[in-house]
Design a binder for this molecule. Structure first.
Ligand code: UD1
Ligand code: MG
Length: 452
């Protein structure tokens, strides 16, 4: 590692017209996170680092996303899209603060790794003024070509300016560059726009570095890491590359997946030991799965935490704010949202639990619905530990069902139910004290150790 300070500038002012979308390009998602978030997460962080993002005019949503991911980020607006060098100069004020290293990355290159960005800084430490990230392109069309002479990088030629022989070069510019902070501004300010597009090309920095008698180095990486995203087809390709990486990382971490190619993960999915994920599962952002848990086929999970040895699905939907305790079971055609299910809770079939807390070992029968919305507001349902809710019950929130309470099948429960009470009701709720007494006796009997 290095003790040099570092400023990373992420260029994200492009319109992204080829995405054919009203959403700014860098706000499209790969593996449940925006393209911008991926790049920002890879940027050097910690002591001595700073971060800037250059956004297009009117793209306040892009600046907001940057702040969400990295609250310490500085944002700058490039008033007109006059080229990558012009975009960097929109962040002139940040460069003028004088970091030792200035790393430039593109907001539409989400597969770039923190490792590679760190590697870009090594030549600077060794005395180079500029490091350029290169890769061997299967099809180099459209990329800037790296002109290397006797092992030294002498220029980058943009596709539009390249001669026929230069176009045959497959070593291409990935777009990431790292400048020595002492000379960065001086070099970038010298870049002109005398080219066929009339744009200020950041890539012209290489020629200027060479003419000034300074050195420019190339760091190479694989093509998959530097795929730029300009179209929906490229977005889908990047998703595929990212999913392959995430699946491999999960398998390496010991997750069992018999058909990993059918499982979709997010960059932040965390796994304990001995987790099993069956085929055709979609896991969105913010999911943690603890030791021994099983996610059965066709389940969809977002911002949910799955406790040890818990079981989900098949065909379960866990929405944000769902938490399953140890050994809890959520079965088929169950939807949960903002619901805490403590250890040993069973919600096995055809149920909706929303805005709810369910105490340990409660059993929720098939077809139970927490009626959390009256058309205006959302209300909470609390179900006590060890409660039993019979099939096809409607629990009309706000509602508290006591510990150990018993709700008969088909009840419409509109009033709080005391601990250990028994409730039956079709359309109208009755608390049956006599039945409750009998139920308590039955439970007590069931608890007695079996003999014989
Ligand atoms: C650029 C490189 C090219 C490289 C390729 C890799 C230049 C001149 N060319 O070409 O050598 O092979 O990336 O993908 O740098 N941007 C702004 N403001 C601008 C222009 C661009 O913020 O005025 C941003 C875009 O949002 C994007 C990035 O800079 O994130 C690159 O711009 P783009 O137009 O995609 O450059 P390419 O033609 O792909
Ligand atoms: Mg591009």
């Amino acid at each position: 590692m290095t003790d040099r300070s570092c400023l990373t500038i992420v260029l994200a002012a492009g319109e992204g017209t080829r995405m054919r979308s009203s959403l700014p390009k860098v706000l499209h998602q790969v593996a449940g996170q925006t393209l911008l978030a991926h790049v920002l997460s890879a940027a050097p962080r910690g002591a001595g680092t700073s971060l800037a993002v250059v956004v297009g005019p009117g793209h306040e949503t892009v600046a907001e996303e940057a702040r969400r991911v990295r609250p310490d980020v500085m944002t700058f607006v490039q008033p007109a899209r006059l080229g990558t060098a012009h975009a960097v100069l929109a962040a002139r004020e940040a460069i003028a603060r004088g970091a030792d290293d200035v790393v430039i990355a593109f907001g539409d290159t989400p597969l770039i790794s923190a490792d590679t960005l760190a590697r870009m800084r090594e030549p600077l430490q060794a005395g180079a003024s500029l490091a350029v990230l290169g890769f061997r392109a299967a099809d180099p069309a459209g990329y800037g070509r790296l002109i290397v002479d006797n092992g030294r990088l002498t220029a980058i030629r943009e596709q539009a300016e390249a001669s026929a022989s230069e176009r045959r070069i497959t070593l291409c510019n990935a777009g990431v560059m790292a400048f020595d902070g002492k000379t960065a501004l001086r070099i970038i300010e010298k870049i002109g726009n005398a080219n066929s597009k009339g744009e200020y090309y950041l890539t012209d920095a290489v020629g200027i570095v060479r003419e000034s008698g300074l050195t420019a180095a190339v760091i190479e990486t694989g093509e998959d890491e530097v795929r730029g995203i300009n179209t929906k087809a490229q977005l889908a390709e990047a998703e595929q590359v990212m999913q392959t990486r995430l699946r491999k990382a999960a398998l390496d971490a010991g997750v069992t997946m018999v058909a990993p190619e059918t499982v979709f993960l997010a960059g932040d999915t965390s796994f304990g030991k001995d987790v099993t994920i069956e085929p055709y599962v979609v896991i969105g952002p913010g999911v943690a799965i603890a030791d021994g848990a099983v996610v059965h086929s066709f389940s969809h999970l977002v911002q949910a935490s799955i406790g040890r040895n818990a079981s989900v699905g098949p065909y379960a939907r866990l929405r944000p704010g769902t938490s399953l305790g140890e050994g809890a079971k959520v079965g088929n055609f169950v939807e949960a949202k903002a619901a805490v299910l403590e250890a040993g809770v069973k919600v096995n079939h055809l149920t909706y639990v929303g805005d709810a807390h369910i105490g340990a070992n409660a059993n929720i029968g098939a077809g139970t619905i927490t009626c959390n919305y009256d058309g205006f507001n959302k209300y909470r349902t609390e179900i006590g530990a060890g409660a039993f809710v019979g099939s096809n019950s409607s629990l009309v929130a706000p509602l508290k069902i006591g510990n150990g309470a018993y709700v008969g099948s088909g009840s419409v429960v509109t009033k709080n139910v005391p601990d250990d009470a028994l409730v039956v009701g079709r359309g109208r709720q009755t608390v049956r004290e006599d039945w409750a007494r009998r139920f308590r006796e039955m439970k007590a009997l069931a608890k007695k150790p079996k003999t014989g």
